[in-house]
Design a protein around this ligand. Structure first.
Ligand SMILES: C=CC1=C(C)c2cc3[nH]c(cc4nc(cc5[nH]c(cc1n2)c(C)c5CCC(=O)O)C(CCC(=O)O)=C4C)c(C)c3C=C
Ligand SMILES: [Fe+2]
Ligand SMILES: [Fe+2]
Length: 379
């Protein structure tokens, strides 16, 4: 894992080992209380998030950010005034880099490019160039593709790479919602959390799994965003591997922050239903791969309190992946597949096509942004 600001020239790589920069894409979070407002301004002025005519966006985005600052500040105060996301992402990068460098054919280095707070794409693209990358792989830490997350980050990276003069061939991975190694690693963590919850809970009380994903405004899904469909796919694959026949489970959506209609059911409504049905819940974050405010505050504090108030007879939470070795091994497998470009990583099926802007990638996620080359489509 390389700091984004190299101060000394890097030594040349041995001739046979290509320099592969793996750029981990994530959303980012404030590093101190004063960063909360500008972080929110960056987020709400992104056209992928605030879909209004361009001339209104700067003003409206700032207004929404201004109104969101107080609740966000209260949330981050619980976490010491900052988001843990960068530290956790750096740790994921270090772990991934160690695994990738056991391969003989590459010299891999992981970088982090956050979308709305530092290090952002411009700094990272400059660092990747300074390191002398011969190949770049953009690896989103979002399992499911959304135009609001991976799509937005990929667009930001493309512009930043141009500004930095980074010309190394670049591959973008759009998603890994159904990637078997990812499903298996996630299922292992969920199963462990299930067994622990079951051991603590009165055997007479049923336990329901709430797979809780970040929500999206309905209009974004209606416009073709595959996120919700991919979340459902992830849940199906994970449940298949849990080996808990007849498991009572549901997919629900958290973190609504705008007044529009968001996709449903909400996690709050599912807590009400659990209270009504007198079942305990195991909440599993299914669209975040690292802990941050929406898991550590929303799930662990707010929803837990709400569940208690509603009389839900038990509240348990499975951890996000963070640097779980199984998850890191799955990321390494994804990187290897992506480099070989010989396997379909996207199971976005049928006539619907993955609307990521790097092409009509039905079944194929990868495209070489700089050269226009396509991944091979398997027969
Ligand atoms: C319209 C607003 C938002 C959409 C759409 C949205 C989509 C989306 N976000 C994530 C993952 C994360 N979101 C995070 C923070 C965050 N997100 C929004 C708004 C939207 N997100 C806000 C306003 C914030 C800031 C925090 C807050 O005010 O509550 C984070 C990082 C948080 C941290 O602690 O670091 C992540 C990660 C996904 C997966 C997603 C859609 C698929
Ligand atoms: Fe978000
Ligand atoms: Fe796709």
């Amino acid at each position: 894992m390389q700091s984004n600001a190299p101060t000394v020239p890097f030594p040349a790589a041995p001739a046979s080992r290509k320099r592969l920069a793996v750029v981990l894409l994530n959303l980012g979070g404030p590093d101190k209380p004063e960063s909360i407002r500008p972080f929110l301004v960056n987020l709400f002025t992104d056209p992928a998030i605030l879909r209004v005519p361009g001339f209104i966006r700067p003003l409206l985005g700032r207004l929404i950010a201004y109104r969101r600052t107080k609740p966000a500040t209260e949330n981050y105060a619980i976490l010491g005034g900052k988001s843990p996301l960068l530290e956790l992402t750096i740790a994921q990068g270090e772990a991934l880099e160690a695994v990738l460098n056991t391969d003989g054919d590459v010299e891999a280095k992981c970088f982090v490019a956050m979308r709305y707070w530092h290090p952002m794409s411009d700094e990272t693209a400059a660092a990747v160039k300074a390191w002398g990358a011969e190949e770049v792989l953009l690896l989103p830490l979002y399992p499911q593709f959304s135009t609001t997350t991976t799509g937005s980050s990929a667009i930001a990276w493309e512009k930043a790479a141009k500004r930095a003069g980074l010309v190394a061939p670049t591959t973008t991975l759009c998603c890994f919602h159904s990637f078997p190694d990812f499903s298996a690693a996630t299922a292992r963590q969920v199963r462990e959390a299930w067994d622990k919850a079951r051991a603590e809970l009165d055997p007479a009380i049923p336990l329901r799994v709430l797979f809780s994903a970040h929500g999206l405004p309905e209009t974004i899904v209606e416009a073709g965003d595959p996120y919700q469909w991919q979340v459902e796919q992830t849940v199906e694959r994970v449940v298949e591997r849990l080996d808990l026949p007849g498991l009572d489970h549901v997919v629900c959506y958290q973190s609504r922050v705008t007044p529009q209609k968001w996709i449903s059911p909400s996690t709050e409504v599912e807590l009400e239903r659990a209270a009504h049905d007198k079942v305990a819940v195991l909440v599993v974050p299914i669209a975040f791969t690292a802990e941050h405010s929406e898991t550590l505050v929303e799930l662990d504090v707010e929803y837990r309190e709400e569940a208690e108030k509603l009389g839900v007879p038990g509240y348990f939470r499975a951890p996000a992946q963070n640097s779980d070795p199984g998850f890191i091994a799955a990321l390494a497998a994804l990187v290897r597949h992506a480099r070989r470009q010989d396997r379909p990583l996207c199971s976005f099926a049928g006539p619907r096509q993955c609307p990521n802007r790097f092409g009509d990638c039905s079944h194929v996620l990868l495209r070489n942004v700089n050269t226009g080359g396509r991944a091979k489509v398997p027969a």
